[in-house]
Design a protein around this ligand. Structure first.
Ligand SMILES: [Zn+2]
Ligand SMILES: [Zn+2]
Length: 284
């Protein structure tokens, strides 16, 4: 991407929250770029859960489709009993230490998935662990992969029902898993050159936490998101402005697993990406 041209592109559309089949979407990296082209997106961020494994391929398609790629991740962290998602942008996805750290998370997630399968099998679900793991392939193992099997086996009608009946905290198939603290998550992203954003702040149980996370070093808030009310979006924008932090937004598209929202249906202006680049001194 030619930096000189970016001045003309302040209003160009970007989607900064997209999942691929490297985590819990059924979209391939190429599908994502094809759709991004159709939706006339100027830049996209691929933000898979706890993995950067899709980004190598994404860099190639970024060049082919001439759509700027912002290397991203969506890290799962925890505060009290709540799961807090931290989006990382511009982190160095080719860094070996980062890959090693994330492959350890993948191992733990796989063990957890197998544990959840065992729990359900104790209830006579007769789930085939091998078949489930072969569908996961090299992706980050998630509860979605188990929910898909429950639908396939006719144990539930929909993925949502699978989560609600069996795979959520307190339900018979659920196991918690390792998560970073919010502080550790922010530090991890920053230590690999990234910017850390609080994803979908409206899902946080205690609103006072937002300021707490900003004090921990959050660089920005995700203020555009599917079904986020204009009033809340404005509130988060004002919070971001008040603390002098950045803004982000996107579709959080998961392909056909979240049919109500597709890539590019929530977008933000490229100007916000320029602000991010200034913050990390890519642009002065
Ligand atoms: Zn999330
Ligand atoms: Zn997401």
């Amino acid at each position: 991407m030619n930096w000189e041209n970016t001045k003309d592109n302040l209003e160009a559309k970007v989607d900064l929250h997209i999942h691929s089949n490297f985590s819990d979407s059924d979209l391939t990296i190429e599908d994502i770029f094809k759709t991004a082209r159709l939706k006339e997106l100027f830049a996209i961020a691929i933000t898979d859960h706890d993995t950067v494994d899709g980004l190598e391929e994404a860099k190639r398609y970024s060049a082919i489709y001439d759509i700027e790629l912002i290397e991203g991740i969506e890290l799962s962290t925890q505060k009290d009993d709540a799961e807090i998602h931290i989006l990382g942008y511009f982190l160095d996805s080719s860094n070996h230490k980062l890959k090693e750290e994330l492959s350890n998370i993948k191992k733990l997630r796989k063990e957890r998935l197998c544990g959840m399968i065992r729990k359900l099998n104790e209830l006579k679900f007769n789930l085939d662990e091998k078949a489930i793991l072969s569908r996961v392939k090299n992706a980050m193992p998630t509860r979605l992969h188990l929910a898909l099997e429950l639908v396939k086996k006719g144990k539930v009608k929909t993925l949502r029902e699978g989560f609600e009946k069996y795979l959520s905290p307190g339900k018979p198939g659920y196991l918690s898993r390792f998560k970073y603290s919010v502080k550790e998550g922010i530090n991890l992203i920053k230590s690999y050159g990234g910017l850390a954003f609080l994803a979908h702040p409206q899902l946080i149980p205690d609103k006072s936490w937002i300021e707490e996370f900003i004090e921990l070093g959050i660089d920005g808030l995700e203020i555009a998101y599917p079904r986020l009310s204009a009033a809340k979006s404005l509130l988060y924008k004002e919070t971001a402005d008040k603390f002098g932090i950045l803004k982000s937004g996107g579709s959080d598209a998961h392909g056909s697993y979240k049919e109500f929202i597709q890539i590019g249906e929530v977008f933000v202006p490229y100007a916000w990406v320029i602000e991010m680049k200034k913050r990390i001194n890519i642009l002065k």
